[in-house]
Design a protein around this ligand. Structure first.
Ligand code: GLN
Length: 244
């Protein structure tokens, strides 16, 4: 009987590990690969700054990176529930998010910017009052847009879809992170522009479960190394040219 119990327990443990998606040699990264140049699809692969940073962190830790692509608003929950070890999705550090998860040291500064059609009367964040504003669901752009007086907020699953709605005249502006904004405006150089004055300034960091303080220490140590060795700059420069 003892033997059977032992076998059942080991089977259960293997199943639990499998359910977590994370065995000892893997580092599972939750992301939403709709956010160029931080994470996006290139053919069958998911590439970008966050992907390369997490690969380098995994390497430092002697682990293999496994990427789980999901909706943006599932990234933090999947870290919280242990389905993923890391959340890396151009995630902005906010007080509210810190109630649910820990954040690593920051690895990038960012801004929420406003994209408008050329010729728009929106020239600064103050001009957003009363306008129809497109955002990506659950992002800081979404959260901060709620404070704009009399604005109508349209929420999309992908930043790209918000930009499409803007091109079709369904909304007046999109609030989105600065680097994806540059990518989308470059694709439509005659019709879209980024308003000079940013909406907010932010810091990106990696989300880690509050339970996993060892991982937080390991990730912070790896980020420190990547900063000191110049590897972090190298990764960023590969995707973002200095002159734009
Ligand atoms: N930086 C924004 C946030 O954390 C958007 C991130 C994203 O769309 N991937 O909410």
């Amino acid at each position: 009987m003892k033997k059977i119990l032992g076998i059942v327990t080991s089977i259960l443990m293997v199943m639990m590990l499998a359910a977590c998606g994370s065995n000892k040699n893997e580092l599972v990264m939750a992301t939403n690969a709709e956010f160029p140049p931080y994470e996006y699809h290139e053919g069958d692969a998911i590439v970008g700054i966050d992907v390369e940073i997490c690969k380098a962190i995994a390497e430092e830790m002697g682990k293999t990176l496994v990427i789980e692509d999901m909706q943006f608003d599932s990234v933090i929950t999947s870290v919280q529930t242990g389905k993923a070890d890391l959340g890396a999705a151009g995630l902005t550090v906010t007080e509210d998010r810190l109630k649910n998860i820990n954040f690593s040291e920051s690895y990038a500064t960012a801004a929420q910017v406003i994209i408008v059609p050329t010729g728009s009367d929106i020239a600064s964040p103050d001009d957003l009052e009363g306008k129809r504003i497109g955002v990506q669901l659950g992002t800081t752009g979404d959260i901060y847009a709620e404070d704009i007086a009399d604005a109508t907020i349209e929420r999309y699953n992908k930043g790209f879809e918000a930009v499409q709605a803007l091109l079709q005249g369904k909304i007046d502006a999109v609030i989105i992170d600065n680097e994806p904004a540059k990518v989308y405006v470059e694709q439509n150089p005659d019709t879209l522009i980024i308003v000079d004055e940013a909406f907010t300034y932010e810091e990106y960091a990696i989300a880690i479960s509050k339970e996993n303080t060892q991982l937080l220490d390991d990730v912070n140590a790896a980020i420190k190394k990547l900063k000191e060795s110049g590897k972090l700059d190298e990764i960023v420069n590969k995707y973002i040219s200095a002159d734009n």
